[in-house]
Design a protein. Structure first.
Length: 192
């Protein structure tokens, strides 16, 4: 049980960084600052006031930036690798101190992987929104992503297993959709 709750919390926060890179980092920072959570060894910097100032500024810039055409696409291209890094950091920061290699491997594979998969799904959603609405639907998508990142990050602090189950279902859905899209794309290439 000692590892299950931190693992679920790490998964929930990491996946949220696929929606927005900085909202879950800021949420974790506030949880560390208030003493609600304790960062794992080596990750104490994430619970400092300097990190708070940087993450609050970055969160504001990211949230606002997604409401501007062209800026949202630029942010999506930067957000993909950044979400993997953020997911890795978030997972690693909440796992109990044990073997560092195991902690970082879990951080990268589970945290970074879930963040990257969610980010890939949201990037495709935004691409579809741009193609079908000429970009007019992108603010709606941005609002949904902001809301999901915020709500799942906060609720994940209090109910990590619940959010982890939702995240796992969401990751499964995204993986299936991406697999079908890839199959459709490969079938189209072999025919043509």
């Amino acid at each position: 049980m000692e590892y299950i709750l931190p693992f679920c919390l790490g998964l929930a926060l990491a996946a949220c960084s696929g929606f927005r890179v900085f909202i879950p980092l800021l949420t974790a920072n506030i949880a560390f600052l208030t003493g609600y959570l304790t960062p794992s060894a080596g990750m104490e910097w994430l619970g400092g006031w300097t990190a708070f100032a940087i993450l609050a500024s970055a969160t504001l810039a990211e949230v606002v930036g997604y409401y501007f055409p062209y800026v949202d696409h630029l942010l999506d291209s930067v957000a993909t690798p950044a979400s993997v890094v953020a997911g890795t950091l978030l997972m690693t920061s909440v796992l109990p101190s044990s073997e560092p290699a195991l902690k970082w491997a879990l951080g990268l594979i589970v945290g970074g992987g879930s963040a990257g998969l969610v980010q890939a799904g949201t990037a495709l959603l935004r691409l579809g929104s741009t193609a079908t609405t000429g970009g007019l639907g992108n603010p709606v998508v941005a609002s949904a992503e902001n809301g999901l990142a915020t709500v799942f990050s906060i609720v994940g602090l209090f109910f990590p297993v619940f959010i982890a189950v939702i995240v796992l279902a969401m990751l499964y859905f995204i993986a299936v959709r991406l697999s079908r899209l890839r199959k459709r794309k490969n079938t189209g290439k072999s025919i043509g």
